[in-house]
Design a protein around this ligand. Structure first.
Ligand SMILES: Cc1cc2nc3c(=O)[nH]c(=O)nc-3n(C[C@H](O)[C@H](O)[C@H](O)COP(=O)(O)O)c2cc1C
Length: 221
């Protein structure tokens, strides 16, 4: 494949991705395809490499039915998407949290101490540079990062001919308390970021409407 063909394939994947409103409930995603989509989430970048996320996939029909009443923007996906994802963002990711210690030691394979240059640099970044000094701003910072795996999953799906729909149409408090009652989330540790459906379209691709590049892109010489 030459570079021009590659460019076209990439653009086609982006043009073919759309927020699918109607999924075909009888068509399921090949597990090997789904594994690649999940891998694109797992390999996503995160601030300092601390991966402040988790992904639930709701296969349970009863739960899908329950979620419809508290997730208005998800009804189409809950009814027809083969995979229904709820992304969780981690709370309180700070230099001396158990999670940071776990990532540094068990994932990055480094030694951890609260007073190490790396820990102190991260502390300074959060507190001075990004002003992440309260629970809400720390959570929102983690949520922002969870959108990177979302984009990667949707684009990867599109490359594989699989459709998707990103979803923020739900009541966060209701969804969090529902998942908590089901024992699927510890609200001390996680909150809900977004949902997403993946499957196969049962509708035509709508025309793409976007601002022009001139409106959103400036080159500064
Ligand atoms: C963060 C986010 C939240 C969204 N929430 C919903 C939703 O709850 N339900 C829905 O059907 N579409 C939702 N969408 C889809 C957008 O409406 C859609 O991406 C946008 O209109 C552009 O259209 P396109 O993705 O089909 O090109 C959401 C998209 C994003 C990025």
């Amino acid at each position: 494949m030459n570079q021009e063909q590659l460019r076209n394939i990439i653009l086609e994947a982006h043009k073919n991705r759309f927020a699918t409103k109607k999924f075909n409930p009888t068509q399921s995603i090949d597990e090997k395809d789904w594994d690649v989509i999940l891998e694109s989430a797992r390999l996503s970048p995160s601030s300092f490499g601390y991966e402040p996320w988790k992904f639930l996939v709701i296969d349970n029909n009863e739960m899908r039915e329950d979620l419809k009443s508290i997730a208005w923007g998800a009804v189409n996906s809950l009814e027809g998407a083969d995979k229904f994802v709820i992304a969780l963002a981690r709370k309180n990711v700070v230099f001396n949290s158990n999670h940071v210690k776990h990532i540094v030691e068990d994932v990055l394979g480094l030694s951890y101490s609260e007073s190490s240059p790396q820990s102190q640099f991260f502390k300074k970044f959060q507190e001075n540079d990004f002003k992440l000094t309260d629970d809400k701003s720390l959570f929102d910072w983690a949520v922002k990062q969870t959108y990177i795996p979302l984009a990667n999953m949707m684009t990867t799906a599109s490359f594989l001919g699989i459709d998707s729909c990103p979803i923020e149409g739900f009541n966060i408090d209701d969804v969090e308390s529902y998942l908590s009652k089901k024992g699927l989330i510890n609200l001390e540790e996680f909150g809900v970021a977004y949902m997403a459906g993946f499957g196969y379209r049962a509708q035509e691709l709508p025309p793409k409407k976007r601002q022009s590049l001139d409106d959103i892109y400036t080159v500064v010489d």
